[in-house]
Design a protein around this ligand. Structure first.
Ligand code: FES
Length: 163
């Protein structure tokens, strides 16, 4: 036969149970909030809208840019990217999309309308309209965004993949 519990023991037990419940109600969401960023990683690839097709002239390099925010645990890093779109004809697929990051040491190249070349301000490299190296230290042509699509609304999107 078990002994009846005393009033003191009952209050002690009830206090422990209520304290545990309060700790769980407050503690579980707090811990989840604190560790959530560590469990979440930002997408490493995505479709990025870069402009309306109707605003991209044929035959003239048109600049575009976008920013990616990478989340790694509690760390957020914003990086800027850019490039040039060259529409070769009316065809929606007849595009050349170059990354403006110089293949030497990653400075941004700029299109020079006067010289009809991309110039890198860091070490005077020159690239032709197709991105080919015309002079300077770059080891290879400008990189290209080879995957792109045009949405139903006529927006050109490129497929961005984190290197
Ligand atoms: S970074 Fe472009 S030439 Fe060096």
């Amino acid at each position: 036969m078990s002994e009846p519990i005393s009033r003191r023991e009952f209050i002690k037990g009830a206090t422990a149970v209520i304290g545990g419940l309060i700790t769980a109600v407050i503690g579980i969401p707090t811990v989840a909030y604190l560790i959530d960023p560590a469990l979440r990683a930002s997408a490493k690839e995505d479709w990025i809208p870069i402009g309306k097709m109707e605003n991209i002239p044929i035959g003239k390099p048109t600049p575009f840019s976008f920013t990616r925010v990478q989340v790694n645990g509690w760390e957020r890093t914003a990086t800027s990217h850019g490039g040039y779109i060259i529409r070769r004809s009316d065809g929606p697929d007849d595009l050349l999309i170059l990354n403006s990051r110089c293949t030497h040491l990653a400075c941004s190249v700029n299109w020079s309308e006067n010289d009809q070349v991309y110039l890198c301000p860091c070490h005077d490299a020159k690239f032709g309209q197709q991105g080919e190296v015309l002079g300077g230290p770059p080891p290879r042509p400008l990189d290209r965004f080879t995957e792109f699509r045009v949405s139903a609304e006529g927006v050109l999107e490129i497929f961005y993949k984190e290197a």
